[in-house]
Design a protein around this ligand. Structure first.
Ligand code: NAD
Length: 496
């Protein structure tokens, strides 16, 4: 049994904690590894290593920092297939999907390679006679990143390259369900020339997260996970005086107006509903059909679902298993609750015949029609391959439904009416909007983040917000003394 430990100050490290978690291959159900669950003392070792490294890394030139990022980008690019295999082995998503996740992570590394430009300050000459003023952005010191199971590579890469490029040292705490990819990233960063201690990985659970939230040397925390934990992390971290951005859960709606191209809308609903077995924070889980197109749209979606192959992600299937047996049981219980509440199960994923080991954590794609807003399959984030169709009579009703939902991560509208689309982008209370695009995950040079219960904090992930989150601004006013500037004057300084 492989023991998956931590990575601190450039070396693998097991720590003193004897607590362990199980790691599974979700497509076979077999336990493939044990992960060390860090104690508070183990976390302190990592934070102290990061604090030592931060003192010199903050002074590394921009040229040096970007050279390390370029080298890291080359390593990840060259080894992307290996990374995808590691993701599939512990998460279960199919290899093509895992490769897509690596690609989206690479885009953030590429953005961070341009840090000399992103960190440029502003200079104003002669704000007063012979007085200049300029702004700088400086690193925070030690920052922590806590990531969820569903993107073991992309989510750490939303934050780590930018934090490091800005001159910080990082302690990354990946999900204990699929911890191996983060260790590879840290080793490859070291191989790319990142000094020891600038990026450390501690594996663990609540104890490790609490230790990071409480450690006085940790200045900022970027968290991604479910809404209750995100809220908790935000409250505990900010109460301890830290800067926190905590991205939470989602319930993403796709509104289809009657004038939409129904074939394109059906393709999009299937791709965004069942990709990665619905374990994406940008998955579409509620499809809002504006009548009279409900019947036609449901028929087209069901037709496409008949062609989907669920099975082992290494066998070229369309959709893999769920991440753990417990999660598969939870999602299955939502399907049962949907049937019991009177929703129409047009396609029932419990009947799936997977192309894979019978011990895998299987549940096939499930389509519910005639779902109503009080059913638990609508109110809760299921995080599985379950797509619910709600039917409404008008655009106004669709908008009201979406805006009444407590989550506000992503949404999409399908229509050929530019005016309706523009109205939706203006009126909807959601952080990321797709117009005829089902998963509007912004590119690395824009920022990623939801509204309402989908994000606690002010700044979003990566892009300009990422640079702002991982730096503090300083403004300098400077005058090089000239004998003409002498003299005592107690009046409030103004321009002259
Ligand atoms: P999770 O909340 O269970 O875990 C996230 C992280 O928090 C993990 O590292 C975990 O070890 C840690 N954690 C778990 N319990 C904790 C506790 N009690 N105290 C402190 N830390 C704790 O989430 P998950 O199941 O790994 O991931 C799925 C969730 O993440 C979904 O809700 C999904 O919507 C969300 N997500 C959101 C985004 C986004 O950008 N908004 C992106 C990806 C995933």
């Amino acid at each position: 049994m492989t023991l998956i430990g931590h990575f601190v100050e450039g070396k693998r490290f097991v720590g003193t904690s004897e607590r362990r978690g199980d790691v599974f291959d979700p497509a076979t159900g077999r336990r493939t590894g044990e992960v060390a669950l860090a104690s508070t003392a183990d976390v302190a070792v990592a934070v102290e290593a990061a604090a030592r490294a931060a003192r010199s890394w903050r002074d590394a030139s921009l040229a040096k920092r970007s050279a390390v990022l370029f080298a890291f980008r080359e390593l990840v690019h060259a080894r992307r297939d290996r990374l995808a295999e590691v993701i599939t082995a512990e998460h279960g998503k199919v290899l093509a999907d895992a490769a897509g996740e690596v690609q989206r992570g690479l885009e953030v590394i590429e953005y961070a390679c341009g840090i000399p430009s992103a960190l440029r300050g502003a200079f104003s000459e002669n704000v007063s006679t012979e007085v200049d003023s300029y702004t700088l952005r400086q690193p925070l010191g030690v920052v922590a990143v806590v990531s969820p199971f569903n993107f073991p590579v992309m989510v750490p890469l939303w934050f780590v390259p930018i934090a490091v490029a800005c001159g910080n040292a990082v302690v990354l705490k990946p999900s204990e369900k699929d911890p191996s990819a983060a260790l590879l990233l840290a080793e490859w960063f070291a191989e790319a020339g990142l000094p020891d201690g600038v990026l450390n990985v501690v594996n663990g659970d609540k104890e490790a997260v609490d230790a990071l939230l409480d450690h006085p040397e940790v200045r900022a925390v970027s968290f991604v996970g479910s809404t209750p934990i995100a809220r908790y992390v935000y409250q505990r971290g900010t109460a301890a005086g830290k800067r926190v951005q905590a991205l939470g859960g989602a319930k993403n709606h796709m509104v289809v107006l009657p004038d939409a191209d129904l074939d394109l809308a059906a393709d999009a609903a299937v791709n965004a509903g069942f990709g990665s077995a619905g374990e994406r924070c940008m998955a579409i889980s509620a499809l809002v059909a504006v009548e009279p197109i409900g019947d036609a749209l449901v028929a087209r979606i069901a037709e496409r679902m008949a062609g989907l192959r669920t099975g082992d992600g290494r066998r070229g299937c369309d959709m893999g298993p769920l991440v753990t047996a417990a999660h598969a049981a939870r999602v299955r219980s939502y399907v049962e609750a949907g049937v019991a509440a009177g929703a129409v199960a047009v396609v029932d994923g419990r009947d799936v015949q997977p192309d894979g080991d019978p011990g895998g954590f299987w549940l096939g794609p499930t389509l519910f029609d005639r779902v109503t807003p009080e059913m638990s399959i609508y109110t809760d984030e299921i995080f599985g391959p379950v797509l619910s169709v709600l039917r409404v009579g008008s655009y106004a009703e669709a908008l009201e439904l979406v805006n009444a939902n407590p989550y506000g991560n992503g949404t999409a509208i399908f229509t050929n009416d530019g005016g309706a689309a523009r109205r939706y982008q203006h009126e909807v209370e959601v952080g990321m909007v797709g117009i005829n695009v089902p998963i509007p995950v912004p590119m690395a040079y824009h920022s990623f983040g939801g509204w309402k219960s989908s994000l606690f904090g002010d700044l979003h992930a990566h892009g300009e917000d990422g640079v702002r989150f991982f730096t503090r601004a300083k403004v300098v006013t400077s005058r090089w003394l000239d004998p003409r500037h002498g003299g005592v004057n107690l009046g409030f300084p103004t321009q002259s």
